[in-house]
Ligand binder design. Structure first.
Ligand code: NAD
Ligand code: WQD
Length: 339
């Protein structure tokens, strides 16, 4: 396998994965409509790797644009990151989410099929386990009812991909269920750059630390956990990127496969704040606030399958996750430059 087509490759996880792939000498084409990312990412990837990925600006719902991009040079596999990911926004705009994520994935697979490309890695999420699964989550657990359209869209896409594999033995699909990616590339050149006020904990903490937001609200302090705040399985985004490279050989085998990508342990919100404060050497002003709707007390992975079958594990320490987040945020207090 040499040429990998990366939808959403200019985004947070996509850009780190493109770096990983270029460093491992893959040829890469990024296909992204830049609705949640910046063209500056391309220069930054070049700075880190010394290589320039091909870039096509386009929407995965546009079959003609995809077909034209596939026709440029033979594609061995697709890594599919493109989609919308804000849980709260998905509740307000469900049609946008189903259109972008579900319709977009259908158009992508149809266009791949027409071009004779039948290998795909899909960005799924721990959210597909639903509200009543018990931790640690394991791949063979039944999927639960998603509490929001974003989660439902991920479960629908997984189901669609699995049905596709059942219908045609030439398809190979790996659905990677991510837990909570954090951190940034060690260069500080690429990282997470959410538009507006961040929804996720880590970018919120780092924007408070850099002085762009006044304080962090910690959602809930009365959960049945050791310190009363929620537990999550935070993994370094570069480990997650490495997981995609290691999943590529699994596509040599046809069929539908699922892997959890997490560390296998949970940290609380308070532990995250304290670890960040230690590393950055500055306080992160915070207060306790009511629970956030839909939050589960504790989520972490059983990541044994990825270790056994892909030879992958997420070993980067919490301290390094924090150092790398801080290096990125302090060097880019306003995120990527806007033009
Ligand atoms: P991101 O928003 O940074 O990256 C997504 C990229 O896709 C962006 O560059 C955006 O411009 C592009 N995009 C969106 N819709 C598109 C479309 N219709 N056509 C072409 N490009 C489009 O998000 P991320 O954090 O890098 O997440 C990548 C994938 O991983 C998403 O599918 C997300 O749902 C999934 N995921 C993310 C997390 C997380 O916590 N970040 C956790 C689990 C799963
Ligand atoms: C982590 C913890 C919050 C912000 C979400 C999606 C999930 C996946 C990853 C894509 C929770 C607490 C947060 C804040 C806080 N995304 N928190 N104050 O909710 O585990 O997962 O992102 O697939 O689908 O649901 O991540 O970073 O939002 O929250 O106290 O301002 O931090 O309550 O306990 P979550 P998160």
């Amino acid at each position: 396998m040499s040429h990998i087509f990366v939808t959403g490759g200019a985004g947070y996880i996509g850009s780190h994965t493109v770096v990983e792939l270029l460093n491992a000498d893959f040829d890469v084409t990024i296909f992204d409509n830049l609705c949640n990312s910046s063209r500056v990412v391309l220069e930054r990837i070049q700075k880190i790797t010394g290589k320039t990925p091909d870039f096509v600006e386009g929407d995965i719902r546009d079959s003609a644009a995809l077909a034209a991009a596939f026709a440029r040079k033979p594609v061995d596999a697709v890594i599919h990151f493109a989609g919308l990911k804000a849980v709260g926004e998905s509740i307000e705009q469900p049609l946008e989410y189903y259109d972008n994520n579900v319709s977009g994935s259908i158009v992508l697979c149809e266009t791949m099929q027409a071009a004779g490309i039948r290998k795909i890695i899909f960005s799924s999420s721990a959210t597909v386990y639903g509200e009543s699964a018990s931790v640690p989550y394991k791949e063979d657990m039944p999927l639960g009812r998603a509490s929001n359209p974003y989660g439902a869209s991920k479960a629908m896409i997984e189901r669609m991909l699995s049905d596709l594999c059942d219908s045609d033995g030439r398809w190979s699909v790996a659905a990677l269920r991510y837990f909570n990616p954090v951190g940034a590339h060690k260069s500080g050149l690429i990282g997470e750059d959410p538009k507006g006020v961040p929804n996720n904990l880590m970018p919120f903490i780092s924007r408070v630390a850099v002085g762009k937001l006044p304080e962090l609200a910690i959602f809930g302090q009365d959960y049945d956990t050791p310190d009363g705040t929620c537990l999550r399985d935070y993994l370094h985004v570069s480990d997650l990127a490495d997981g995609h490279r290691r999943a590529l050989p699994a596509l040599e085998k046809p069929g539908f496969q699922v892997y959890n990508l997490g560390t296998g342990r949970g940290y609380s919100v308070i532990e995250m704040v304290q670890a960040f404060e230690r590393v950055a050497g500055r306080p992160v002003p915070h207060r306790f606030a009511p629970r956030r709707d839909g939050d589960l007390p504790a989520v972490w992975a059983n990541a044994d399958k990825a270790k056994t079958e892909l030879g992958w594990s997420a070993d980067t320490s919490l301290e390094t996750m924090m150092e790398d987040t801080w290096r990125w945020q302090s060097a880019n207090p306003d995120g990527y430059p806007q033009f």
